[in-house]
Design a protein around this ligand. Structure first.
Ligand code: NAP
Length: 259
C-alpha cells in the first residue's frame, strides 16, 4: 500500500502506539511530523527527510503555544492535499484515589503537585490546541482528518483513574461536538484502540492495588498474553483512519470494527 501524498502530524511518535503508527505510516510512504519529548531511535536514519521530529513537552501548553506561534506546523502542512492529525501522546498518571493526585511523581518517586494539571494538558489541552491549529492550517486541503486516541476509560469509570477517565471522556465529547461544526472536508473521531503492550501498560502493572484496585487484572492480562501488539493495532488504526468509514462514528472502538 502506498500513501505517498499523505502528510501526518503525530504526537507521541517516539514509542508505544505512536511509535508503531510512525513506523507503519512511514513504511506506506507518508510524510510524518512527529512530536514527543524524545526521538524514536533509528527512525530518522531509516526514513530521511520524510520524517521530521519535533522535541516538545506536550504537557506544557505554553511551550505548545510558543511552538505553534513559530509557524512550524502550518509551514509543514502548506500545500498538503491529504493530511491527518493523530493525537496519540498521553499518560495514565496520576493513578491514585482523589485527594492524593498531586502526591506522587508518576512512578518517579518524586512529589509533583502539578501532575494532575500536566496530565490534563497532555491528554486534553494539547490535542485541542493542535486540532484547532491543524484545521486552520489545512483550509485548502482536499481531505483532512483528526484522530484522537481515546480509551475504554473514556466510556467506563475506573477507581484510581479519575484524571485519565475524565480527559479521555472529554476527548470523545470534543470529537462529537467538532463533528457538528461540519467543517468542510474534515473528518474527526476519537478512537479507543484496545489494551496494547506498551510502556503505559508496564506503568499500570507497577501500581499498587490501594492506588489502582484493578492492578491484578492487568497483571493477569499480560501473563495470559491478552495484550495487543502495538504493530498490529497501528496497522488496523491506520487502515481505519484512512478508510471511507472514518468519521461516520465519532467515538468508535477499534476492537469492534469489522476486519
Ligand atoms: N497502552 C494501552 O493499553 C492503551 C489503551 C488505551 C488507550 N491508550 C492510549 O494510547 C495512546 C498511546 O499510549 P501508549 O500505550 O503508546 O503510551 P506510552 O507507551 O506510555 O507512550 C506515550 C507516548 O506519549 C509521549 N509523551 C508522554 N508524555 C509526553 C509529554 N509530556 N510530551 C510529549 N510527549 C509525551 C511519549 O513520548 P516521550 O516520552 O518521548 O515524550 C510516548 O511517545 C495514549 O493516548 C493512551 O492513552 C493506550
Amino acid at each position: 500500500m502506498t500513501n505517498a501524498s499523505l502528510q501526518v502530524v503525530l504526537t507521541g511518535h517516539s514509542r508505544g502506539l505512536g511509535g508503531a503508527l510512525a513506523r507503519c505510516l512511514l513504511a506506506q510512504g507518508a510524510a510524518v511530523l512527529g512530536i514527543a519529548r524524545r526521538v524514536q531511535p533509528g527512525l530518522a536514519a531509516a526514513h530521511g527527510p520524510r520524517l521530521v521530529e519535533v522535541p516538545l513537552d506536550l504537557a506544557d501548553p505554553t511551550a505548545v503555544q510558543a511552538w505553534l506561534a513559530t509557524g512550524a506546523l502550518s509551514n509543514w502542512l502548506a500545500g498538503a492535499s491529504r493530511a491527518v492529525l493523530v493525537n496519540s501522546a498521553g499518560t495514565v498518571q496520576p493513578m491514585r484515589p482523589i485527594g492524593g493526585l498531586g502526591m506522587g511523581g508518576g512512578g518517579t518517586g518524586r512529589t509533583r503537585v502539578d501532575e494532575p494539571a500536566r496530565a490534563v494538558a497532555l491528554n486534553l489541552t494539547t490535542p485541542l490546541m493542535l486540532t484547532d491549529a491543524f484545521v486552520a492550517a489545512t483550509a485548502d486541503c482536499a481531505d483532512r482528518r483528526v484522530a484522537h486516541v481515546s480509551s475504554g476509560a473514556a466510556r467506563n469509570p475506573y477507581a484510581g483513574w479519575s484524571t485519565y477517565c475524565a480527559t479521555k471522556a472529554a476527548l470523545d465529547m470534543h470529537a462529537r461536538a467538532a463533528q457538528l461544526d461540519a467543517v468542510p472536508r474534515l473528518r474527526v473521531a476519537s478512537v479507543a484502540p484496545g489494551v496494547i503492550d506498551t510502556d503505559m501498560q508496564a506503568d499500570i502493572r507497577r501500581t499498587v492495588p490501594t492506588d489502582f484496585p484493578m492492578q491484578a487484572r492487568f497483571v493477569t492480562m499480560k501473563q495470559d498474553g491478552m495484550l495487543a501488539d502495538a504493530a498490529d493495532v497501528s496497522a488496523r488504526l491506520v487502515a481505519y483512519m484512512l478508510s471511507d468509514a472514518f468519521g461516520s462514528d465519532p467515538t468508535p472502538d477499534l476492537r469492534q470494527l469489522p476486519g
